[in-house]
Design a protein around this ligand. Sequence first.
Ligand code: TXA
Ligand code: MG
Length: 346
Amino acid sequence: MHTNVWYVDDDVDIEKSYPQIVEAAEWLKKNEVVAFPTETVYGLGGNAFSKQAVAKIFEAKGRPADNPLIVHVASRPHVEKLVKEIPHEASKLMDAFWPGPLTIVLRGGEGVATNVTAGLDTVAIRMPDHPVALALIEAADLPLAAPSANLSGKPSPTTAQHVIHDLTGRVAGVVDGGATGVGLESTVVDCSSDTITILRPGGITKEQLEEVVGHVEIDPALTDDSHQPKSPGVKYKHYAPSAPVTLVDGTSSFLQSIVEKRKEEGIKVGVLATEETEALYKADVVIPCGSRSDLISVANRLYDVLRRFDEANVDEIYSEVFTEQGVGTAVMNRLSKAASGNVIKE
Ligand code: TXA
Ligand code: MG
Protein backbone atom coordinates (compact mmCIF):
# COMPACT_ATOMS: atom_id res chain seq x y z
CA MET A 1 0.00 0.00 0.00
CA HIS A 2 1.25 3.49 -0.85
CA THR A 3 1.48 5.70 2.24
CA ASN A 4 0.75 9.40 1.60
CA VAL A 5 2.48 12.01 3.73
CA TRP A 6 0.64 15.32 4.14
CA TYR A 7 2.65 18.20 5.59
CA VAL A 8 0.77 20.73 7.63
CA ASP A 9 2.21 24.21 8.05
CA ASP A 10 2.40 25.03 11.75
CA ASP A 11 2.39 28.79 11.06
CA VAL A 12 -1.20 28.95 9.84
CA ASP A 13 -4.51 28.22 11.53
CA ILE A 14 -5.54 24.68 10.67
CA GLU A 15 -9.20 24.29 9.91
CA LYS A 16 -11.28 21.53 8.41
CA SER A 17 -11.08 23.20 4.97
CA TYR A 18 -7.24 23.08 4.92
CA PRO A 19 -6.41 21.16 1.68
CA GLN A 20 -4.19 18.45 3.21
CA ILE A 21 -6.76 17.88 5.97
CA VAL A 22 -9.55 17.54 3.39
CA GLU A 23 -7.50 14.98 1.47
CA ALA A 24 -6.66 12.93 4.57
CA ALA A 25 -10.33 13.06 5.64
CA GLU A 26 -11.38 11.63 2.27
CA TRP A 27 -9.37 8.48 3.03
CA LEU A 28 -10.97 8.22 6.47
CA LYS A 29 -14.44 8.48 4.92
CA LYS A 30 -13.46 5.59 2.61
CA ASN A 31 -12.69 3.57 5.76
CA GLU A 32 -8.93 3.71 5.30
CA VAL A 33 -6.61 4.51 8.20
CA VAL A 34 -4.58 7.69 8.64
CA ALA A 35 -2.04 8.70 11.30
CA PHE A 36 -2.30 12.18 12.79
CA PRO A 37 -0.67 14.23 15.55
CA THR A 38 -2.33 14.85 18.92
CA GLU A 39 -0.93 16.76 21.90
CA THR A 40 0.19 13.47 23.49
CA VAL A 41 1.49 11.10 20.79
CA TYR A 42 0.58 10.38 17.13
CA GLY A 43 -2.62 8.36 16.72
CA LEU A 44 -3.64 5.94 13.97
CA GLY A 45 -7.24 6.88 13.18
CA GLY A 46 -10.12 5.10 11.53
CA ASN A 47 -13.90 5.51 11.34
CA ALA A 48 -15.16 4.36 14.76
CA PHE A 49 -18.49 3.28 13.22
CA SER A 50 -16.85 0.93 10.69
CA LYS A 51 -15.77 -2.54 11.72
CA GLN A 52 -13.75 -2.77 8.53
CA ALA A 53 -11.83 0.47 9.21
CA VAL A 54 -11.15 -0.56 12.80
CA ALA A 55 -9.91 -3.99 11.68
CA LYS A 56 -7.35 -2.17 9.49
CA ILE A 57 -6.02 -0.32 12.55
CA PHE A 58 -5.43 -3.59 14.44
CA GLU A 59 -3.81 -5.13 11.38
CA ALA A 60 -1.47 -2.21 10.61
CA LYS A 61 -0.19 -2.14 14.22
CA GLY A 62 -0.15 -5.89 14.83
CA ARG A 63 -2.28 -5.12 17.90
CA PRO A 64 -3.91 -7.90 19.96
CA ALA A 65 -7.68 -7.88 19.32
CA ASP A 66 -8.56 -7.87 23.04
CA ASN A 67 -7.05 -4.40 23.53
CA PRO A 68 -9.78 -1.77 22.99
CA LEU A 69 -9.27 1.61 21.29
CA ILE A 70 -9.89 5.19 22.38
CA VAL A 71 -12.53 7.08 20.37
CA HIS A 72 -11.45 10.65 19.52
CA VAL A 73 -14.09 13.34 19.24
CA ALA A 74 -14.05 17.05 18.38
CA SER A 75 -17.18 18.17 20.26
CA ARG A 76 -19.55 17.25 23.09
CA PRO A 77 -22.43 16.41 20.67
CA HIS A 78 -20.09 13.75 19.23
CA VAL A 79 -19.93 12.16 22.70
CA GLU A 80 -23.71 12.17 23.03
CA LYS A 81 -23.87 10.11 19.83
CA LEU A 82 -21.60 7.48 21.38
CA VAL A 83 -23.10 6.95 24.84
CA LYS A 84 -26.60 7.21 26.25
CA GLU A 85 -25.67 9.00 29.41
CA ILE A 86 -22.82 11.19 30.65
CA PRO A 87 -22.54 10.93 34.45
CA HIS A 88 -22.22 14.25 36.30
CA GLU A 89 -18.63 13.61 37.44
CA ALA A 90 -17.55 12.67 33.92
CA SER A 91 -19.14 15.84 32.63
CA LYS A 92 -17.14 17.87 35.18
CA LEU A 93 -13.93 16.19 34.03
CA MET A 94 -14.75 16.98 30.40
CA ASP A 95 -15.36 20.63 31.30
CA ALA A 96 -12.09 20.85 33.19
CA PHE A 97 -9.70 18.91 30.94
CA TRP A 98 -11.10 18.73 27.39
CA PRO A 99 -9.70 19.26 24.93
CA GLY A 100 -6.68 17.62 26.59
CA PRO A 101 -4.78 14.46 27.59
CA LEU A 102 -7.62 12.77 29.50
CA THR A 103 -9.46 9.68 28.26
CA ILE A 104 -12.77 8.95 29.98
CA VAL A 105 -14.22 5.43 30.11
CA LEU A 106 -18.04 5.46 30.11
CA ARG A 107 -20.77 2.84 30.12
CA GLY A 108 -22.26 2.12 26.72
CA GLY A 109 -20.63 2.48 23.37
CA GLU A 110 -23.23 0.39 21.52
CA GLY A 111 -22.98 2.96 18.73
CA VAL A 112 -19.37 2.19 17.79
CA ALA A 113 -18.11 -0.84 15.87
CA THR A 114 -17.80 -3.86 18.18
CA ASN A 115 -14.06 -4.25 17.60
CA VAL A 116 -13.42 -0.72 18.99
CA THR A 117 -14.36 -1.82 22.51
CA ALA A 118 -13.06 -5.40 22.19
CA GLY A 119 -16.39 -6.64 23.48
CA LEU A 120 -16.41 -4.55 26.70
CA ASP A 121 -19.63 -2.79 27.74
CA THR A 122 -17.70 0.47 28.15
CA VAL A 123 -16.11 2.89 25.69
CA ALA A 124 -13.05 5.14 26.12
CA ILE A 125 -13.42 8.68 24.74
CA ARG A 126 -11.12 11.66 24.48
CA MET A 127 -11.07 15.10 22.86
CA PRO A 128 -7.47 15.81 21.81
CA ASP A 129 -6.01 19.28 22.22
CA HIS A 130 -4.36 19.59 18.83
CA PRO A 131 -5.62 21.75 15.94
CA VAL A 132 -4.72 19.10 13.34
CA ALA A 133 -6.50 16.29 15.19
CA LEU A 134 -9.61 18.41 15.76
CA ALA A 135 -9.70 19.66 12.14
CA LEU A 136 -9.32 16.12 10.82
CA ILE A 137 -12.15 14.75 12.96
CA GLU A 138 -14.36 17.65 11.87
CA ALA A 139 -13.47 17.29 8.19
CA ALA A 140 -14.21 13.56 8.25
CA ASP A 141 -17.24 14.31 10.40
CA LEU A 142 -16.64 11.04 12.22
CA PRO A 143 -15.44 10.01 15.66
CA LEU A 144 -12.04 8.39 15.10
CA ALA A 145 -10.96 5.23 16.88
CA ALA A 146 -7.22 5.72 17.34
CA PRO A 147 -4.49 3.92 19.26
CA SER A 148 -0.94 5.26 19.28
CA ALA A 149 0.50 5.04 15.74
CA ASN A 150 3.39 2.68 16.49
CA LEU A 151 3.87 -1.01 15.80
CA SER A 152 2.42 -2.84 18.78
CA GLY A 153 4.96 -3.11 21.63
CA LYS A 154 7.23 -0.31 20.35
CA PRO A 155 7.57 3.14 21.95
CA SER A 156 4.68 5.44 20.96
CA PRO A 157 5.50 7.93 18.17
CA THR A 158 6.12 11.56 19.08
CA THR A 159 7.08 12.67 15.55
CA ALA A 160 5.76 11.87 12.06
CA GLN A 161 9.18 10.31 11.31
CA HIS A 162 8.57 7.73 14.06
CA VAL A 163 5.23 6.84 12.44
CA ILE A 164 6.74 6.68 8.95
CA HIS A 165 9.46 4.39 10.31
CA ASP A 166 6.92 1.96 11.82
CA LEU A 167 3.95 2.09 9.44
CA THR A 168 5.05 2.97 5.88
CA GLY A 169 3.27 0.63 3.46
CA ARG A 170 0.76 -0.36 6.14
CA VAL A 171 -1.49 2.74 6.26
CA ALA A 172 -3.12 5.11 3.74
CA GLY A 173 -1.33 8.17 5.06
CA VAL A 174 0.33 10.25 7.75
CA VAL A 175 -0.50 13.88 8.51
CA ASP A 176 2.82 15.43 9.55
CA GLY A 177 2.10 18.18 12.06
CA GLY A 178 5.53 18.21 13.72
CA ALA A 179 6.48 16.92 17.16
CA THR A 180 3.74 16.26 19.72
CA GLY A 181 3.52 18.11 23.05
CA VAL A 182 3.11 16.01 26.21
CA GLY A 183 5.05 13.07 24.77
CA LEU A 184 3.26 10.39 26.85
CA GLU A 185 -0.22 9.00 26.24
CA SER A 186 -3.32 10.41 27.93
CA THR A 187 -4.41 9.53 31.43
CA VAL A 188 -7.20 6.92 31.23
CA VAL A 189 -9.84 7.34 33.92
CA ASP A 190 -12.78 5.00 34.49
CA CYS A 191 -16.07 6.81 35.13
CA SER A 192 -18.29 3.79 34.41
CA SER A 193 -19.01 3.11 38.09
CA ASP A 194 -19.37 5.16 41.29
CA THR A 195 -15.65 5.18 42.08
CA ILE A 196 -13.48 7.11 39.68
CA THR A 197 -10.32 5.12 38.97
CA ILE A 198 -7.13 5.87 37.07
CA LEU A 199 -6.45 2.93 34.74
CA ARG A 200 -3.37 4.41 33.10
CA PRO A 201 -1.33 7.38 34.41
CA GLY A 202 -0.59 10.13 31.89
CA GLY A 203 -0.39 13.85 31.28
CA ILE A 204 -3.20 14.73 33.71
CA THR A 205 -2.17 13.80 37.24
CA LYS A 206 -4.17 12.26 40.10
CA GLU A 207 -3.80 15.56 41.99
CA GLN A 208 -5.33 17.51 39.08
CA LEU A 209 -8.28 15.09 38.83
CA GLU A 210 -8.91 15.26 42.58
CA GLU A 211 -9.18 19.04 42.43
CA VAL A 212 -12.26 18.57 40.22
CA VAL A 213 -13.99 15.40 41.47
CA GLY A 214 -12.60 14.73 44.93
CA HIS A 215 -11.09 11.34 45.74
CA VAL A 216 -9.77 9.29 42.82
CA GLU A 217 -8.60 5.66 43.08
CA ILE A 218 -5.66 4.11 41.25
CA ASP A 219 -6.21 0.70 39.64
CA PRO A 220 -4.31 -1.67 41.99
CA ALA A 221 -3.02 -3.56 38.94
CA LEU A 222 -0.76 -0.57 38.19
CA THR A 223 1.34 -1.21 41.28
CA ASP A 224 0.67 -4.90 42.03
CA ASP A 225 1.16 -7.60 39.38
CA SER A 226 -1.21 -10.02 41.08
CA HIS A 227 -4.22 -7.88 40.03
CA GLN A 228 -5.84 -8.11 36.63
CA PRO A 229 -5.80 -4.60 35.06
CA LYS A 230 -9.15 -3.07 34.10
CA SER A 231 -7.53 -1.44 31.09
CA PRO A 232 -6.63 -4.39 28.88
CA GLY A 233 -3.75 -2.59 27.17
CA VAL A 234 -1.91 -2.10 30.42
CA LYS A 235 -1.04 -5.81 30.69
CA TYR A 236 1.06 -5.91 27.54
CA LYS A 237 4.78 -5.33 27.31
CA HIS A 238 4.96 -1.83 25.92
CA TYR A 239 7.06 1.07 24.92
CA ALA A 240 10.12 -1.15 24.58
CA PRO A 241 13.18 -0.53 22.43
CA SER A 242 14.85 -3.65 20.99
CA ALA A 243 17.63 -3.79 23.59
CA PRO A 244 16.66 -4.88 27.12
CA VAL A 245 16.20 -1.99 29.57
CA THR A 246 17.21 -2.09 33.25
CA LEU A 247 16.25 0.65 35.70
CA VAL A 248 18.96 1.58 38.19
CA ASP A 249 17.71 2.94 41.49
CA GLY A 250 20.87 4.45 42.94
CA THR A 251 23.57 7.03 42.45
CA SER A 252 25.23 7.86 39.15
CA SER A 253 28.47 6.25 40.31
CA PHE A 254 26.59 3.02 41.09
CA LEU A 255 25.06 3.07 37.60
CA GLN A 256 28.49 3.79 36.09
CA SER A 257 29.98 0.79 37.96
CA ILE A 258 27.38 -1.49 36.32
CA VAL A 259 28.18 0.01 32.91
CA GLU A 260 31.89 -0.65 33.39
CA LYS A 261 31.32 -4.32 34.25
CA ARG A 262 29.14 -4.84 31.21
CA LYS A 263 31.62 -3.04 28.94
CA GLU A 264 34.43 -5.31 30.16
CA GLU A 265 32.31 -8.21 28.95
CA GLY A 266 32.25 -6.66 25.48
CA ILE A 267 28.66 -5.46 25.64
CA LYS A 268 27.61 -2.24 23.88
CA VAL A 269 25.94 -0.23 26.62
CA GLY A 270 23.52 2.70 26.47
CA VAL A 271 22.68 4.98 29.40
CA LEU A 272 19.48 6.98 29.71
CA ALA A 273 20.69 9.99 31.66
CA THR A 274 19.53 13.55 32.26
CA GLU A 275 20.99 16.95 31.44
CA GLU A 276 22.35 17.12 34.98
CA THR A 277 24.04 13.69 34.95
CA GLU A 278 24.99 13.14 31.31
CA ALA A 279 28.66 14.08 31.86
CA LEU A 280 29.01 11.57 34.72
CA TYR A 281 28.73 8.49 32.49
CA LYS A 282 31.22 6.78 30.23
CA ALA A 283 29.27 4.33 28.12
CA ASP A 284 29.01 3.56 24.39
CA VAL A 285 25.96 5.79 24.07
CA VAL A 286 24.75 8.30 26.67
CA ILE A 287 21.49 10.12 25.90
CA PRO A 288 20.08 12.85 28.14
CA CYS A 289 16.30 12.63 28.55
CA GLY A 290 15.27 16.09 29.73
CA SER A 291 16.11 17.64 33.08
CA ARG A 292 15.70 16.10 36.57
CA SER A 293 14.27 19.41 37.76
CA ASP A 294 11.51 19.34 35.11
CA LEU A 295 9.77 15.96 34.78
CA ILE A 296 7.61 17.33 31.96
CA SER A 297 10.77 17.64 29.87
CA VAL A 298 11.57 13.98 30.67
CA ALA A 299 8.07 12.93 29.51
CA ASN A 300 8.47 14.95 26.30
CA ARG A 301 11.74 13.28 25.37
CA LEU A 302 11.25 9.70 26.64
CA TYR A 303 9.94 7.86 23.56
CA ASP A 304 12.29 9.62 21.17
CA VAL A 305 15.23 8.71 23.42
CA LEU A 306 14.15 5.04 23.59
CA ARG A 307 13.96 4.95 19.79
CA ARG A 308 17.42 6.56 19.51
CA PHE A 309 18.94 3.67 21.46
CA ASP A 310 17.52 1.35 18.77
CA GLU A 311 19.13 3.45 16.06
CA ALA A 312 22.47 3.30 17.92
CA ASN A 313 22.18 -0.51 18.10
CA VAL A 314 23.16 -0.86 21.75
CA ASP A 315 22.94 -4.32 23.38
CA GLU A 316 21.69 -3.16 26.77
CA ILE A 317 20.20 0.04 28.18
CA TYR A 318 20.56 1.24 31.79
CA SER A 319 18.26 4.02 32.90
CA GLU A 320 18.09 6.40 35.80
CA VAL A 321 14.82 6.46 37.77
CA PHE A 322 12.59 9.46 38.56
CA THR A 323 10.43 10.65 41.46
CA GLU A 324 6.90 9.24 41.22
CA GLN A 325 5.17 12.55 41.66
CA GLY A 326 2.98 14.47 39.24
CA VAL A 327 3.86 13.46 35.70
CA GLY A 328 6.75 11.41 37.18
CA THR A 329 4.16 8.68 37.91
CA ALA A 330 3.45 8.33 34.19
CA VAL A 331 7.16 8.51 33.28
CA MET A 332 8.00 5.69 35.73
CA ASN A 333 4.97 3.66 34.58
CA ARG A 334 6.26 3.74 30.96
CA LEU A 335 9.90 3.16 31.93
CA SER A 336 8.97 0.17 34.14
CA LYS A 337 7.04 -1.34 31.23
CA ALA A 338 9.94 -0.73 28.85
CA ALA A 339 12.12 -2.54 31.43
CA SER A 340 9.53 -5.32 32.00
CA GLY A 341 9.91 -4.51 35.69
CA ASN A 342 13.73 -5.02 35.75
CA VAL A 343 15.22 -2.86 38.51
CA ILE A 344 18.61 -2.95 40.22
CA LYS A 345 18.67 -1.23 43.60
CA GLU A 346 21.90 0.10 45.07
O1 TXA B 1 -2.83 9.84 24.30
C1 TXA B 1 -3.43 8.83 23.96
O2 TXA B 1 -4.27 8.26 24.69
C2 TXA B 1 -3.11 8.25 22.58
C3 TXA B 1 -3.52 9.27 21.53
C4 TXA B 1 -3.37 8.76 20.12
O3 TXA B 1 -4.84 9.71 21.79
N1 TXA B 1 -3.75 6.99 22.37
C5 TXA B 1 -3.36 5.85 22.99
O4 TXA B 1 -4.06 4.73 22.61
O5 TXA B 1 -2.48 5.80 23.81
P1 TXA B 1 -3.62 3.25 22.96
O6 TXA B 1 -4.47 2.38 22.15
O7 TXA B 1 -2.15 3.10 22.79
O8 TXA B 1 -4.05 3.06 24.46
C6 TXA B 1 -5.42 2.97 24.80
C7 TXA B 1 -5.56 2.52 26.24
C8 TXA B 1 -5.23 1.06 26.38
O9 TXA B 1 -4.53 0.85 27.61
C9 TXA B 1 -6.61 0.41 26.40
O10 TXA B 1 -6.61 -0.83 27.05
C10 TXA B 1 -7.42 1.47 27.14
O11 TXA B 1 -6.93 2.69 26.64
N2 TXA B 1 -8.86 1.36 26.87
C11 TXA B 1 -9.52 1.60 25.72
N3 TXA B 1 -10.83 1.35 25.86
C12 TXA B 1 -11.04 0.97 27.13
C13 TXA B 1 -12.17 0.60 27.91
N4 TXA B 1 -13.39 0.55 27.38
N5 TXA B 1 -11.99 0.27 29.20
C14 TXA B 1 -10.75 0.33 29.76
N6 TXA B 1 -9.63 0.67 29.08
C15 TXA B 1 -9.76 0.98 27.79
MG1 MG C 1 -0.18 2.52 22.59
